[in-house]
Design a protein around this ligand. Structure first.
Ligand SMILES: [Zn+2]
Length: 70
């Protein structure tokens, strides 16, 4: 029996939660919400909001490892 270790097949990781200081969106819906918040922050010159939204969209996240290579 050969071991088939495929790093992209880790179903258990799919339910990993984000425990970062800045919460990261875990679904497309959440991501869309953050992007809307980013556009709103830009429209209102809310620099903190822009930084926060960008951080949510770009920071590396342990809960997101399994989707980083798609
Ligand atoms: Zn995170």
């Amino acid at each position: 029996m050969t071991e088939q270790t495929n790093p992209s097949e880790q179903p258990a990781e799919a339910t990993a939660t984000c425990w970062c200081v800045i919460a990261h969106p875990q679904t497309d819906e959440e991501r869309a919400r953050v992007q809307a918040a980013l556009e709103n922050a830009r429209a209102t010159n809310d620099a903190n909001g822009v930084v926060l939204a960008i951080a949510q969209l770009t920071q590396p996240c342990p809960a997101r490892r399994n989707e980083s290579k798609r």
